[in-house]
Design a protein around this ligand. Structure first.
Ligand SMILES: Cc1cc2nc3c(=O)[nH]c(=O)nc-3n(C[C@H](O)[C@H](O)[C@H](O)COP(=O)(O)OP(=O)(O)OC[C@H]3O[C@@H](n4cnc5c(N)ncnc54)[C@H](O)[C@@H]3O)c2cc1C
Length: 398
């Protein structure tokens, strides 16, 4: 066990932090109000090598370990959840899935430009009638010669209007086959029959793009089948192991931001003749944030270390995601409380933190789904075996 960061990781954290402080923080309230952010941010993320931090150099990435991805997510979410969500979806849910399940041809064609930051990837699993219950999907992909004809609709898809490539899940088999009837495909935005539409009026992550995808008889070449027919459910769940890891790491960053804002306000604001930080009930909220931060970090880095070793980590990642997101949501609530009425307006960032911290408790497995998973592991109702295709263990260049 090693609790030290490497010099390279420290430098990565410093780089992302400086970028966030300089190029995100000053504009964030404006972008959140306007419901968009400067699209040049994607170019900046690419220039900093952050779009493929844990993807091997052979495939255009920075070749760093999986905990380096956690560091990037922490620091980006300290700025705003929208930026961490972009990395979660692009790298965690899409690129890492291509790394794990893609053929060499798919990796060259899709993973490489994504890891280099030339193209953006996203992930389309959820549908209007299928969220936690993936088997309820309605989208179908019917084989027709060298193509599959894709028909259906996805909703709540992050980067819906900006991503170039999507991993999309659809029934190729009969719906009565349930999990075994689902397959995964790589779909390009430019293909005939593909369209997207943003959802307006979101509670949080307002500057981020989220919405619907529509497939109207989209012809998907058969070489864009990811894995084998019928492996889609397994691929979706393994993708979530990586996406959830990034969400958990982001939640750590959200707690850091809550603590920073709260400590600063504790020093500024006085009541009853003393700084509010001197009141024990305020201290209790600060102490709980600190405890949540430290516990979440340990859970995240443990999951990351298992990924580095190429070991199955569904259980550990689920626990990290569930706990870190709950701590972040509670920390944001307490950060608003500490700010009193001022915390209720966007003069201070904490109301944005509270709104932003809710979605991660819902997406990539709701709080309830993770609670059930953890209980089932303990009770012995759920057991994991290594998959036929594991995420590759991290190999150091040294
Ligand atoms: C901002 C945002 C971005 C998103 N981005 C993406 C994306 O990029 N790609 C994508 O595919 N999806 C995305 N999603 C969708 C997200 O993954 C789903 O919302 C999530 O899986 C929950 O599904 P649902 O909303 O349909 O809720 P439901 O599954 O309908 O659940 C409703 C409620 O019932 C509870 N519930 C359900 N089943 C059980 C059970 N068995 N036991 C106990 N309680 C249960 C849930 O916990 C929840 O409280 C995003 C969502 C949001 C909010």
């Amino acid at each position: 066990m090693n609790f030290e960061f490497t010099e390279e990781q420290e430098l990565l954290r410093k780089t992302v932090r400086e970028f966030v402080d300089k190029e995100i923080m000053p504009y964030m309230t404006k972008w959140d109000r306007e419901g968009k952010f400067d699209p040049n941010i994607y170019k900046r993320l690419r220039d900093l090598g952050l779009m493929g931090v844990c993807i091997p150099e052979t495939y255009g990435g920075a070749g760093m370990d999986y905990n380096s991805l956690a560091i990037v997510c922490e620091e980006l979410e300290r700025g705003d959840t929208a930026f961490r969500t972009a990395v979660s979806v692009h790298t965690g849910l899409n690129s890492m899935t291509l790394l794990q399940w893609g053929t060499e041809g798919q990796k060259q064609k899709y993973l490489k430009p994504q890891a280099e930051g030339e193209k953006l990837g996203a992930f389309g699993l959820t549908e209007p009638g299928a969220g936690s219950d993936v088997v309820a999907l309605q989208t179908t992909a019917v084989k027709d010669g060298d193509f599959y004809r894709l028909n259906g609709q996805k909703t709540w898809i992050s980067l819906c209007d900006v991503a170039d490539h999507f991993i999309v899940f659809a029934y190729t088999g009969d719906r009565s086959e349930k999990h075994r009837g689902i397959s995964a495909f790589i779909v390009e935005r430019t293909w005939d029959g593909f369209s997207s539409k943003a959802i307006k009026g979101k509670h949080g992550i307002r500057s981020g793009n989220t919405g619907e995808l529509f497939f109207d008889d989209v012809k998907v070449p058969k070489e864009n089948l990811l894995g084998k027919e019928g492996e889609g459910f397994k691929i979706a769940m393994s993708a979530l192991d990586n996406g959830r890891f990034t969400v958990a790491a982001g939640a750590v960053g959200q707690i850091m931001a809550c603590l920073e804002a709260s400590v600063k306000y504790c020093e500024e604001r006085k009541t009853f003749g003393k700084e509010i930080g001197k009141h024990q009930l305020v201290q209790q909220m600060i102490a709980k944030m600190e405890a949540g931060l430290q516990m979440s970090r340990l859970l995240v880095y443990r999951a990351g270390e298992l990924k580095n070793q190429g070991k199955r980590n569904t259980r550990e990642t689920s626990l990290a995601k569930w706990q870190a997101c709950d701590f972040a949501n509670k920390s944001a609530d307490d950060a608003v409380q500490i700010h009193g009425a001022y915390g209720y307006s966007d003069e201070y960032p904490v109301e944005r933190y509270l709104r932003n911290s809710k979605a991660p408790v819902i997406y990539e497995g709701t709080r309830e789904i993770h609670t059930i998973m953890q209980a089932e592991y303990v009770l012995g109702y759920r057991k994991d075996k290594p998959l036929n295709r594991m995420l590759p263990a991290w190999e150091s260049d040294d």
